[in-house]
Write a protein that binds this ligand. Structure first.
Ligand code: 2PG
Ligand code: MG
Length: 485
């Protein structure tokens, strides 16, 4: 038999085995009717969707650095597409400093000869030897199914076997790979995952950024106990303008700090905000209000204020050390917050006002301040639906800070977002203080319709890339007429 005849025989055999003859006939009939100028392109477009779905071939882990010079896990996703395995996408896990005790476990090597014990070689090995075989052959476009396999491969709620860092990096990378293979922008792919089984909204909204312009607590080296002093632009502005407003305030704050405290006050903390030698929140809020005016804006109209107290970090033996050697009871601390809200009427959000287990004070703060401002649960919820459902029933907070690596996978974090939305609470998608240069959280915020995103100052590459990604999404949505009016 000639080569041509044997190839034709093989093709016929393939068509018969896969019952493709009728499909092919329909496509060729259409081709003959329409006679498109690019007949080959037409055939490719018709046939491609009928090909076998892509399959994950393998995940490959590696140790890379995060924005704080600590190792973190990066994962490459290889998929088999039309019989060939190729690298489709890669992503890496962020890492927190003020972590909640119920967070998914970051697996670190503990070998003090490497990176002061913070190496992640074991987590990387787990990607290669446990997660990779667990997801091999799965369809990377089905994120929910892959996330489920990742969770099952670990088998523990807090990911103590494989490491939350390994699992988050894998979930991020598979999400990216799915979007690439579906030829969709990541936020559209994630929206389909989020709304699975329900109608995906026809339009998208961009989140309002909560921009951390002044850093304290564990993210800076000074006396300020409160960790984050944030500004939020008026929610009605377009995202581009929101970013411009807050960035101008950021620059003015830098100038003011230098004129008052000298040039070192312009040093930056972990999230790109200034880390000046201030002693208390009142002073810090006052400086920010001055910067808002200096930038030509009005606090409480154009720009609002927000705090992340990360108070578990200064809670000891039933007391809160709100300033060096100044200890307050929970009730005294609540009075202190109430005074801040009264003295600074632009203040509209307080995160982690109380220790992650001081539930009574969380409830009291909701009774006293819950109607006026957002009370945001970060360490108290750790993006965990078990804690969140308890918190919703007992009215601990009215907003959820959503961090994927607190729970492990994107799908689990989406479950928490859905639960909070069903309870009519707000969701703030958040970065970590140790970050990487991927911008998955920007797409996630748009996909879920979260009203807020918290991703640091408008400075430092790992923060700015998230804001810049939102600029790109905004432009695309406007061009496609898909931006919510
Ligand atoms: C927080 C975060 C992010 P970390 O407390 O909200 O700003 O900090 O990542 O250190 O937990
Ligand atoms: Mg926090």
């Amino acid at each position: 038999m000639s080569d041509t005849a044997s190839t034709a025989g093989k093709i016929q055999e393939y068509l018969d085995d896969n019952k493709l003859q009728p499909t092919l006939q329909v496509i060729i009939n259409d081709l003959c009717k329409q006679l498109p100028s690019d007949a080959f392109g037409y055939l490719v477009n018709q046939l491609l969707p009928k090909c076998a779905p892509p399959q994950i071939d393998k995940l490959v882990g590696r140790e890379v650095l995060d924005s704080r010079a600590n190792p973190t896990v990066e994962v490459d996703v290889y998929a088999i597409v039309r019989d060939k395995s190729r690298l489709i996408a890669r992503s890496a896990a962020p890492s927190g400093a003020s972590t909640g005790s119920n967070e998914a476990m970051e697996l670190r090597d503990g070998d003090n000869d490497r990176y002061m014990g913070k190496g992640v070689k074991r987590a990387v090995d787990n990607v290669n030897t446990i997660l990779s075989p667990a997801v091999a052959r799965a369809n990377p476009t089905d994120l929910a199914a892959v996330d489920d396999l990742l969770c099952k491969a670990d088998g523990t709620e807090l990911k103590t076997k494989v490491g939350g860092n390994a699992i988050t990096a894998a979930s991020f990378a598979v999400a990216e790979a799915g979007a690439i293979l579906l030829d969709l922008p990541l936020y559209k792919h994630l929206a389909n995952v989020f709304y699975r089984g329900r109608d995906t909204p026809k339009t998208y909204r961009l989140p309002t950024p909560m921009v951390n312009i002044l850093n304290g607590g564990k993210h800076a080296g000074g006396n300020l106990k409160i960790q984050e002093f944030m500004i939020m632009p008026n929610a009605d502005l377009p995202f581009t303008e929101k970013l411009r407003y807050v960035t101008q305030v950021y620059h003015h704050l830098g100038k003011l700090l230098v004129s008052k405290y000298g040039v070192s006050a312009k040093n930056l903390g972990d999230e790109g905000g200034y880390a000046p030698p201030l002693d208390n929140a009142d002073e810090a809020l006052g400086m920010i209000e001055q910067a808002i005016s200096a930038a030509g804006f009005t606090a409480g109209k154009d720009i609002f204020l927000a705090l992340d107290c990360a108070s578990s970090e200064f809670y000891k033996d039933g007391k809160y050390e709100i300033a060096p050697k100044k200890f307050l009871t929970g009730d005294e601390l609540l009075n202190y917050y109430e005074k801040l809200v009264n003295d600074h009427p632009a203040l509209r959000s307080i995160e982690d006002a109380f220790d992650e287990k001081d539930y009574e004070m969380w409830k009291k703060s909701m009774e006293r301040l819950g109607d006026k401002i957002m009370l945001v649960g970060d360490d108290v919820f750790t993006t965990n639906t078990n804690l969140l459902s308890r918190g919703i029933n007992e009215k601990w907070a009215n907003a959820l800070l959503l961090k994927v690596n607190q729970i492990g996978t994107i799908s689990e974090a989406m479950n928490a977002a859905r639960m909070m939305f069903e309870a009519s609470g707000q969701v703030i998608v958040s970065h970590r203080s140790g970050e990487t240069t991927n911008s998955v959280i920007s797409d996630l915020a748009v996909a879920t319709g979260a009203r807020f995103i918290k991703t640091g100052a408008p400075a430092r590459g790992e923060r700015v890339c998230k804001y810049n990604r939102l600029l790109q999404i905004e432009e695309e949505l406007i061009n496609e007429g898909l931006l919510e009016k």
